[in-house]
Design a protein around this ligand. Structure first.
Ligand code: NG6
Ligand code: CA
Length: 500
């Protein structure tokens, strides 16, 4: 077994804490992920930093909380790159130990540095923030452009049919069909007023596009495409250390599985794409085994934010969900300040290195940067790690405690703090429900305090009953936001002790 493992992060999109068999889902077949959980560590207290995608992904890669960067909010498909040149990223750090890195799948952290010309080389891509290879979709699968970007270029683009992309209220391509004006072209109907712009593959997307026909992705083969690219990268790098960030699109909308998984579950497209995701993970694990890399690789599976049933398309997710609880016992989901927004299924697998167990260590995805660096034997200074703590011992199953506290955010960078088993949500204006999607936002004009030990579902607000705790957490949150992170100082003195 090699001392420093390869790292693979498999990142699902909008998968909830209750969406896998190993976390209690009873009528969704997720045998591969359940096996990973059984053979490795199932973490019950791991958090994405945000209840939406861009900010969580930004933190995972940079080791920095998203609310420190005002640009880290849900991005349009043509938004500029939000990682600055001077920022550390996981692939940049791992380069110090000669890791080769690739991103395959959903990016959504911005591209280019202003107006993108999709027909030329793109100036800022994952290749500019440390990745050696990149095969991505720009944003989400419900947003234009609906093309793959290989390195700096749109794949399969015909120069005779240039691709144009536009976001805004006014459609600059009135001759092209839209979901709003041409619903007869749709094979999947939108049910809000955002997912009805340009039609690609019979699905209305957010944003307008024109041209680039030959480059358009096929939603049904997207998983196979990403899987093939990942397998190729692993195989090409089997003799050197590597980091693969495999960012899958399931179960984000539009949920269009390969025909092999159509009607595979009782839960309609949302269940089917989760089954497809599970299959894909199984294929990746098989690849590692076939190449004899299983013992040299640490695979971490997680999700970027909590679940949502309906998010823009009439795909029967609500009607068919039955008894299944996508967020498990947690309150809220995607967009929410409650735990269902950010507490996500998290598995770590690595035969020979990772024991078979469950862990309640408190971990934030922001910690992956410092933890992977540490596992790769890379020494970092505290200012390089920003908010990221070295929780490598927790990832290996040796430290069962993890952090004391972490900050997460709901929709719109509204921050909250968890310390040990206490959660404090500051007073926030806004609707109690997110649009007509049914998710509870957690907004309340009064402060909220919950004790997760006695009240996992966050139903009993103890703010009035425990003013001291409330004050303690409120001031800790302010401290961290003002940049003095007490935990980081603690971990810095710990690492000095280790390295001196
Ligand atoms: C929202 C979209 C949603 C999804 C989300 C991003 C509407 C009403 N909602 O604005 O469908 O695309 O952005 O999801 O359009 S995320 O997982 O990438 O954060
Ligand atoms: Ca997401």
């Amino acid at each position: 077994m090699r001392k420093s493992p390869n790292f693979i992060v498999i990142y699902a999109d909008d998968l909830g804490f209750g969406d896998l068999g190993c976390y209690g889902a009873s009528n969704l077949p997720t045998p591969n992920l359940d096996r990973m959980a059984k053979e490795g560590i199932q973490f019950n207290q791991t958090y994405a930093t945000a209840a939406t995608c861009t900010p969580s992904r930004y933190s995972l890669l940079t080791g920095s909380y998203p609310w420190r960067n005002p640009k880290a909010k849900i991005l349009k498909g043509d938004a500029p790159m939000i990682i600055d040149d001077g920022e550390w990223t996981l692939p940049k750090i791992l380069k110090r130990a000669n890791y080769k890195s690739a991103v395959v799948g959903k990016w959504h952290i911005g591209l280019g540095d202003g107006d993108i010309n999709w027909n030329e080389k793109i100036s800022k891509t994952p290749l500019d923030v440390g990745f050696d290879q990149s095969f991505i979709m720009a944003a989400t699968n419900d947003r234009v452009p609906c093309v793959y970007i290989d390195g700096r270029e749109v794949e399969n683009l015909d120069p005779q049919d240039p691709l144009e992309v536009h976001y805004g209220n006014k459609n600059p391509f009135p001759e092209e069909p839209t979901g709003r004006q041409n619903p007869e072209h749709l094979k999947l109907m939108h049910n809000d007023h955002q997912h009805f712009d340009s039609i690609v593959n019979g699905v209305g997307r957010i944003g307008f596009c024109k041209g680039g026909q030959s480059a358009q992705w096929n939603d049904e083969t997207m998983t196979d495409t990403f899987l093939e690219k990942s397998k190729q990268f692993i195989s090409d790098n089997q003799y050197n250390p590597f980091f693969l960030y495999f960012a899958l699109h399931q179960p984000h909308v539009p949920r269009i599985p390969s025909p092999r998984f159509r009607a595979y579950t009782q839960q309609g497209p949302r269940g089917d794409v989760i089954a497809e995701l599970d299959w894909c993970v199984g294929q990746l694990i098989d690849t590692l085994k076939d190449l004899n890399l299983a013992e040299d690789t640490l695979v971490l599976f997680s999700s970027d934010n909590g679940p949502i049933l309906e998010d823009g398309y009439a795909d029967q997710a609500k009607e068919l969900v039955g008894d299944h609880k996508p967020a498990g016992p947690l309150r809220g989901g995607k967009y929410s300040l409650f735990d269902g927004g950010t507490r996500v299924p998290t598995l770590v697998w690595g035969p020979g290195r990772i024991p078979s167990m469950e862990s309640n260590a408190l971990i934030s995805q922001v910690d992956l940067l410092a933890s992977f660096a540490s596992l790769a034997g890379i020494k970092m200074t505290p200012n390089e790690t920003a908010d990221s703590l070295d929780l490598s011992e927790a990832l290996l199953g040796n430290d069962l405690k993890g952090r004391d506290c972490l900050v997460t955010e709901g929709f719109g960078a509204k921050t909250l703090i968890r310390k040990n088993h206490w959660v404090y949500i500051p007073p926030y204006e806004g609707e109690p429900l997110f649009g007509d999607k049914g998710t509870e936002t957690g907004n309340l004009s009064d402060p909220q305090l919950y004790d997760l030990n006695s009240d996992l579902g966050q139903r009993q607000n103890l703010a009035d009953a425990n003013p001291e705790k409330l004050k303690e957490l409120a001031s800790l949150l302010e401290d961290i936001k003002a940049n003095s992170n007490p935990e980081l100082e603690r971990s810095a003195s710990k690492s000095e002790a280790i390295f001196s």
